[in-house]
Design a protein. Structure first.
Length: 315
Protein backbone atom coordinates (compact mmCIF):
# COMPACT_ATOMS: atom_id res chain seq x y z
CA UNK A 1 0.00 0.00 0.00
CA UNK A 2 2.79 2.38 0.88
CA UNK A 3 4.35 1.74 -2.50
CA UNK A 4 1.11 2.48 -4.32
CA UNK A 5 0.56 5.59 -2.18
CA UNK A 6 4.07 6.77 -3.00
CA UNK A 7 3.48 6.25 -6.70
CA UNK A 8 0.22 8.21 -6.54
CA UNK A 9 1.94 11.12 -4.76
CA UNK A 10 4.76 11.05 -7.31
CA UNK A 11 2.22 11.10 -10.13
CA UNK A 12 0.44 14.12 -8.65
CA UNK A 13 3.73 15.94 -8.20
CA UNK A 14 4.72 15.19 -11.77
CA UNK A 15 1.38 16.52 -13.00
CA UNK A 16 1.84 19.70 -10.98
CA UNK A 17 5.34 20.03 -12.39
CA UNK A 18 4.03 19.67 -15.94
CA UNK A 19 1.41 22.34 -15.31
CA UNK A 20 4.03 24.66 -13.83
CA UNK A 21 6.24 24.06 -16.87
CA UNK A 22 3.78 25.73 -19.23
CA UNK A 23 5.54 28.50 -21.15
CA UNK A 24 3.64 31.78 -21.02
CA UNK A 25 3.04 33.83 -24.17
CA UNK A 26 1.08 37.03 -24.60
CA UNK A 27 -0.31 37.71 -28.08
CA UNK A 28 -1.27 41.24 -29.20
CA UNK A 29 -3.87 40.96 -31.96
CA UNK A 30 -4.30 43.93 -34.28
CA UNK A 31 -7.93 44.81 -34.83
CA UNK A 32 -11.35 44.25 -33.34
CA UNK A 33 -12.14 40.96 -31.58
CA UNK A 34 -14.24 38.71 -33.79
CA UNK A 35 -12.84 40.11 -37.02
CA UNK A 36 -10.64 38.47 -39.61
CA UNK A 37 -8.44 35.43 -39.27
CA UNK A 38 -7.38 36.17 -35.68
CA UNK A 39 -9.38 33.36 -34.09
CA UNK A 40 -6.71 30.62 -33.63
CA UNK A 41 -5.02 32.06 -30.54
CA UNK A 42 -8.19 32.70 -28.55
CA UNK A 43 -10.14 29.63 -29.66
CA UNK A 44 -7.11 27.35 -29.39
CA UNK A 45 -6.41 28.58 -25.86
CA UNK A 46 -10.05 28.08 -24.82
CA UNK A 47 -10.08 24.56 -26.30
CA UNK A 48 -6.87 23.56 -24.51
CA UNK A 49 -4.90 23.08 -27.72
CA UNK A 50 -2.08 25.45 -26.76
CA UNK A 51 -1.81 23.92 -23.28
CA UNK A 52 -1.35 20.55 -24.97
CA UNK A 53 1.72 22.07 -26.61
CA UNK A 54 2.99 23.42 -23.28
CA UNK A 55 1.86 27.02 -23.83
CA UNK A 56 -0.16 29.21 -21.47
CA UNK A 57 -1.56 31.81 -23.86
CA UNK A 58 -2.97 35.25 -23.09
CA UNK A 59 -4.64 37.26 -25.86
CA UNK A 60 -5.15 41.03 -25.97
CA UNK A 61 -6.52 43.22 -28.78
CA UNK A 62 -5.09 46.47 -30.14
CA UNK A 63 -6.57 49.14 -32.40
CA UNK A 64 -3.94 49.15 -35.13
CA UNK A 65 -0.77 47.67 -36.60
CA UNK A 66 1.22 50.45 -34.92
CA UNK A 67 -0.09 49.53 -31.46
CA UNK A 68 0.53 45.83 -32.11
CA UNK A 69 4.13 46.40 -33.13
CA UNK A 70 4.76 48.76 -30.23
CA UNK A 71 3.48 46.13 -27.80
CA UNK A 72 6.05 43.65 -29.13
CA UNK A 73 8.91 46.18 -29.29
CA UNK A 74 8.23 47.24 -25.69
CA UNK A 75 7.89 43.56 -24.64
CA UNK A 76 4.33 44.07 -23.49
CA UNK A 77 3.56 41.07 -25.69
CA UNK A 78 5.79 38.37 -27.15
CA UNK A 79 3.80 37.92 -30.37
CA UNK A 80 2.11 40.49 -32.59
CA UNK A 81 -0.64 39.13 -34.80
CA UNK A 82 -2.28 40.43 -38.01
CA UNK A 83 0.19 43.29 -38.52
CA UNK A 84 0.35 44.77 -42.01
CA UNK A 85 3.38 43.26 -43.76
CA UNK A 86 4.58 46.50 -45.34
CA UNK A 87 3.79 48.27 -42.07
CA UNK A 88 6.27 45.97 -40.30
CA UNK A 89 8.99 46.81 -42.82
CA UNK A 90 8.98 50.50 -41.80
CA UNK A 91 10.06 50.15 -38.14
CA UNK A 92 12.29 47.17 -39.00
CA UNK A 93 14.20 49.31 -41.52
CA UNK A 94 14.85 51.79 -38.70
CA UNK A 95 16.25 49.15 -36.35
CA UNK A 96 13.17 47.90 -34.49
CA UNK A 97 13.77 44.36 -33.12
CA UNK A 98 10.93 42.74 -35.06
CA UNK A 99 10.96 39.39 -36.85
CA UNK A 100 8.26 37.84 -39.02
CA UNK A 101 7.66 34.29 -37.75
CA UNK A 102 4.65 33.48 -39.92
CA UNK A 103 1.91 34.70 -42.23
CA UNK A 104 -1.45 35.82 -40.93
CA UNK A 105 -3.18 36.27 -44.29
CA UNK A 106 -2.20 35.95 -47.94
CA UNK A 107 -4.26 37.37 -50.79
CA UNK A 108 -7.02 39.92 -51.17
CA UNK A 109 -10.15 37.90 -50.40
CA UNK A 110 -10.75 38.83 -46.76
CA UNK A 111 -10.68 42.64 -46.85
CA UNK A 112 -13.60 44.25 -48.61
CA UNK A 113 -15.14 47.69 -49.16
CA UNK A 114 -18.86 48.36 -48.93
CA UNK A 115 -21.53 51.06 -49.13
CA UNK A 116 -25.01 51.57 -47.76
CA UNK A 117 -27.69 49.73 -49.70
CA UNK A 118 -29.03 53.00 -51.11
CA UNK A 119 -25.65 54.30 -52.29
CA UNK A 120 -25.20 55.04 -56.01
CA UNK A 121 -21.60 53.72 -55.83
CA UNK A 122 -21.34 50.32 -57.50
CA UNK A 123 -17.69 50.09 -58.52
CA UNK A 124 -14.32 51.74 -58.06
CA UNK A 125 -15.06 54.06 -60.99
CA UNK A 126 -18.05 55.48 -59.12
CA UNK A 127 -15.83 56.42 -56.16
CA UNK A 128 -14.19 59.38 -57.95
CA UNK A 129 -13.87 62.20 -55.40
CA UNK A 130 -15.50 60.07 -52.66
CA UNK A 131 -14.11 59.17 -49.25
CA UNK A 132 -12.82 55.59 -49.04
CA UNK A 133 -12.05 54.19 -45.60
CA UNK A 134 -9.05 52.34 -44.22
CA UNK A 135 -8.18 51.56 -40.61
CA UNK A 136 -4.82 53.17 -39.84
CA UNK A 137 -1.46 53.97 -41.43
CA UNK A 138 0.64 50.86 -41.99
CA UNK A 139 -2.30 48.47 -41.86
CA UNK A 140 -3.16 45.99 -44.61
CA UNK A 141 -6.32 48.01 -45.30
CA UNK A 142 -4.16 51.10 -45.84
CA UNK A 143 -1.83 49.23 -48.20
CA UNK A 144 -4.82 47.86 -50.13
CA UNK A 145 -6.39 51.30 -50.54
CA UNK A 146 -3.08 52.76 -51.72
CA UNK A 147 -2.64 49.88 -54.19
CA UNK A 148 -6.13 50.37 -55.60
CA UNK A 149 -5.63 54.13 -55.86
CA UNK A 150 -2.53 53.50 -57.95
CA UNK A 151 -3.95 50.63 -60.02
CA UNK A 152 -7.37 52.15 -60.82
CA UNK A 153 -6.33 55.73 -61.51
CA UNK A 154 -9.54 56.83 -59.77
CA UNK A 155 -8.96 59.88 -57.55
CA UNK A 156 -10.90 58.86 -54.46
CA UNK A 157 -9.96 60.15 -51.01
CA UNK A 158 -8.34 57.59 -48.64
CA UNK A 159 -9.71 58.29 -45.16
CA UNK A 160 -8.64 56.71 -41.84
CA UNK A 161 -11.67 55.52 -39.87
CA UNK A 162 -10.26 53.16 -37.24
CA UNK A 163 -11.95 49.89 -36.29
CA UNK A 164 -14.62 48.03 -38.25
CA UNK A 165 -17.47 49.05 -35.90
CA UNK A 166 -16.50 52.74 -35.99
CA UNK A 167 -16.20 52.55 -39.79
CA UNK A 168 -19.63 50.92 -40.07
CA UNK A 169 -21.16 53.69 -37.96
CA UNK A 170 -19.47 56.32 -40.16
CA UNK A 171 -20.80 54.73 -43.35
CA UNK A 172 -24.35 54.29 -42.08
CA UNK A 173 -24.46 57.89 -40.82
CA UNK A 174 -23.15 59.26 -44.11
CA UNK A 175 -19.81 60.52 -42.78
CA UNK A 176 -17.85 58.23 -45.12
CA UNK A 177 -18.88 57.11 -48.60
CA UNK A 178 -17.17 53.72 -48.76
CA UNK A 179 -16.31 51.67 -45.66
CA UNK A 180 -13.73 48.96 -45.14
CA UNK A 181 -14.20 45.68 -43.31
CA UNK A 182 -12.53 42.36 -42.75
CA UNK A 183 -14.74 39.29 -42.78
CA UNK A 184 -16.50 37.98 -40.81
CA UNK A 185 -17.49 41.49 -39.78
CA UNK A 186 -20.52 42.60 -41.81
CA UNK A 187 -21.20 39.23 -43.47
CA UNK A 188 -24.70 38.98 -42.02
CA UNK A 189 -25.43 42.61 -42.98
CA UNK A 190 -24.32 41.75 -46.52
CA UNK A 191 -26.60 38.72 -46.57
CA UNK A 192 -29.53 40.80 -45.30
CA UNK A 193 -28.94 43.52 -47.91
CA UNK A 194 -28.28 46.25 -45.34
CA UNK A 195 -24.95 47.02 -46.99
CA UNK A 196 -23.52 46.19 -50.41
CA UNK A 197 -19.97 45.08 -51.21
CA UNK A 198 -18.38 47.08 -54.04
CA UNK A 199 -14.90 45.55 -54.17
CA UNK A 200 -12.38 43.39 -52.36
CA UNK A 201 -8.70 44.07 -51.81
CA UNK A 202 -7.92 41.88 -54.82
CA UNK A 203 -9.46 44.54 -57.10
CA UNK A 204 -5.81 45.60 -57.26
CA UNK A 205 -4.42 42.36 -58.76
CA UNK A 206 -1.04 42.50 -56.99
CA UNK A 207 -2.79 42.27 -53.62
CA UNK A 208 -4.19 38.84 -54.51
CA UNK A 209 -0.75 37.24 -54.63
CA UNK A 210 0.84 38.92 -51.61
CA UNK A 211 1.01 38.12 -47.94
CA UNK A 212 -0.67 41.20 -46.51
CA UNK A 213 -0.62 40.49 -42.76
CA UNK A 214 1.98 38.68 -40.68
CA UNK A 215 2.81 37.30 -37.24
CA UNK A 216 5.80 38.95 -35.55
CA UNK A 217 7.98 38.36 -32.51
CA UNK A 218 10.67 40.30 -30.67
CA UNK A 219 14.06 39.40 -32.17
CA UNK A 220 15.77 38.75 -28.82
CA UNK A 221 13.05 36.48 -27.45
CA UNK A 222 12.84 34.57 -30.74
CA UNK A 223 16.58 33.94 -30.59
CA UNK A 224 16.43 32.82 -26.96
CA UNK A 225 13.29 30.67 -27.18
CA UNK A 226 12.86 29.72 -30.83
CA UNK A 227 11.51 26.27 -29.98
CA UNK A 228 8.61 27.92 -28.12
CA UNK A 229 7.58 29.83 -31.23
CA UNK A 230 7.77 26.62 -33.27
CA UNK A 231 5.33 25.06 -30.79
CA UNK A 232 3.09 28.12 -30.99
CA UNK A 233 2.69 27.76 -34.77
CA UNK A 234 2.07 24.01 -34.45
CA UNK A 235 -0.76 24.66 -31.97
CA UNK A 236 -2.00 27.48 -34.20
CA UNK A 237 -2.28 25.15 -37.21
CA UNK A 238 -3.94 22.45 -35.08
CA UNK A 239 -6.56 25.03 -34.05
CA UNK A 240 -7.18 25.89 -37.71
CA UNK A 241 -7.62 22.18 -38.48
CA UNK A 242 -10.24 22.01 -35.73
CA UNK A 243 -12.17 25.11 -36.86
CA UNK A 244 -12.12 24.35 -40.59
CA UNK A 245 -12.57 20.61 -40.25
CA UNK A 246 -15.03 19.84 -37.43
CA UNK A 247 -18.61 20.82 -36.49
CA UNK A 248 -17.43 21.66 -32.97
CA UNK A 249 -14.74 23.98 -34.29
CA UNK A 250 -17.16 25.77 -36.62
CA UNK A 251 -19.61 26.22 -33.74
CA UNK A 252 -16.87 27.75 -31.57
CA UNK A 253 -15.83 30.06 -34.40
CA UNK A 254 -19.44 31.17 -35.00
CA UNK A 255 -19.84 32.04 -31.31
CA UNK A 256 -16.52 33.94 -31.32
CA UNK A 257 -17.52 35.92 -34.43
CA UNK A 258 -21.10 36.42 -33.15
CA UNK A 259 -22.53 34.87 -36.31
CA UNK A 260 -24.98 32.11 -37.13
CA UNK A 261 -23.20 28.91 -38.12
CA UNK A 262 -24.37 29.40 -41.72
CA UNK A 263 -22.91 32.89 -41.91
CA UNK A 264 -19.73 31.70 -40.19
CA UNK A 265 -19.24 28.96 -42.78
CA UNK A 266 -19.88 31.47 -45.58
CA UNK A 267 -17.30 33.83 -44.09
CA UNK A 268 -14.67 31.09 -43.99
CA UNK A 269 -15.45 29.71 -47.44
CA UNK A 270 -15.77 33.00 -49.35
CA UNK A 271 -13.46 35.37 -47.52
CA UNK A 272 -10.93 33.22 -45.64
CA UNK A 273 -10.11 30.03 -47.56
CA UNK A 274 -7.72 27.75 -45.74
CA UNK A 275 -4.86 28.33 -48.18
CA UNK A 276 -4.98 32.07 -47.40
CA UNK A 277 -4.39 31.57 -43.67
CA UNK A 278 -1.46 29.13 -43.87
CA UNK A 279 1.08 30.61 -41.41
CA UNK A 280 3.99 28.94 -43.18
CA UNK A 281 3.24 30.62 -46.52
CA UNK A 282 4.86 34.00 -47.24
CA UNK A 283 4.11 35.13 -50.82
CA UNK A 284 4.74 38.16 -53.00
CA UNK A 285 7.72 39.42 -51.01
CA UNK A 286 9.20 41.27 -53.99
CA UNK A 287 5.92 43.09 -54.62
CA UNK A 288 5.61 43.93 -50.92
CA UNK A 289 9.14 45.39 -50.89
CA UNK A 290 8.21 47.61 -53.83
CA UNK A 291 4.96 48.69 -52.17
CA UNK A 292 6.81 49.55 -48.96
CA UNK A 293 8.89 52.10 -50.89
CA UNK A 294 6.06 53.37 -53.11
CA UNK A 295 3.74 53.92 -50.17
CA UNK A 296 6.57 55.46 -48.10
CA UNK A 297 6.78 52.85 -45.34
CA UNK A 298 10.50 52.53 -46.05
CA UNK A 299 12.91 55.10 -47.47
CA UNK A 300 14.50 52.49 -49.73
CA UNK A 301 14.01 48.89 -50.70
CA UNK A 302 15.17 46.34 -48.12
CA UNK A 303 18.23 44.36 -49.17
CA UNK A 304 18.28 40.58 -49.55
CA UNK A 305 20.23 40.32 -46.28
CA UNK A 306 17.65 42.47 -44.49
CA UNK A 307 14.79 40.33 -45.83
CA UNK A 308 16.53 37.17 -44.61
CA UNK A 309 16.94 38.78 -41.19
CA UNK A 310 13.34 39.98 -41.07
CA UNK A 311 11.57 36.80 -42.19
CA UNK A 312 12.33 33.87 -39.89
CA UNK A 313 9.44 31.44 -40.17
CA UNK A 314 9.20 29.44 -36.94
CA UNK A 315 9.55 25.92 -38.30
Amino acid sequence: MRGLFGLAIAGMLAACGAAAAQDRLKVAVGGQRGVGESFPSELGAAAGIFKKHGIDLEVLYTDSTGETLQAVIARGAQIGYAAGFTGVMGPFSKGAPLRVIGSSFTGGSQLYWYVRADSPIRSVRDAEGKTVAYSSTGSSAHTSVQALLKYSGVAFKPTPTGSTPSTYAAVMSGQVDVGWAGAPFGVEQLQKGEIRMVWKANAAPDMDKQTIRVIVAHADDLKARRELYVRYLKAYVETQDWVYGTPEGLKAYAAWANLSEGAAKAALDEFMPRSAVDPYRIAGVEEALTDAVNFKYTAERLTKAQVEELIQIAK
